[in-house]
Design a protein. Sequence first.
Length: 91
Amino acid sequence: MPVLAIGGEDSTDTRLADSLNTVARRLTGAVIPGSGHFVPEESPDAFARELLPFLPAPPPGTSEETRPGGHADGGKASPRIEQSGGTTWEP
């Protein structure tokens, strides 16, 4: 499984990736300069520059409406959670 470990220079620096390298075979590590512990909040653009290329592209011909989590109804549908035993819960 691919793992992305992003640390802030002023916080974990490379320690996050260093701590995972023995258990994550497909590890990508990144350090965001000038960022502390809350990397997405402190450096959102730099965080996105690391995260977005790491994520896989949707399959060709997949639209927002047909992709898992997409909403053809504009996001108005209630999520359905199916539990073992066939029980369905709708919030």
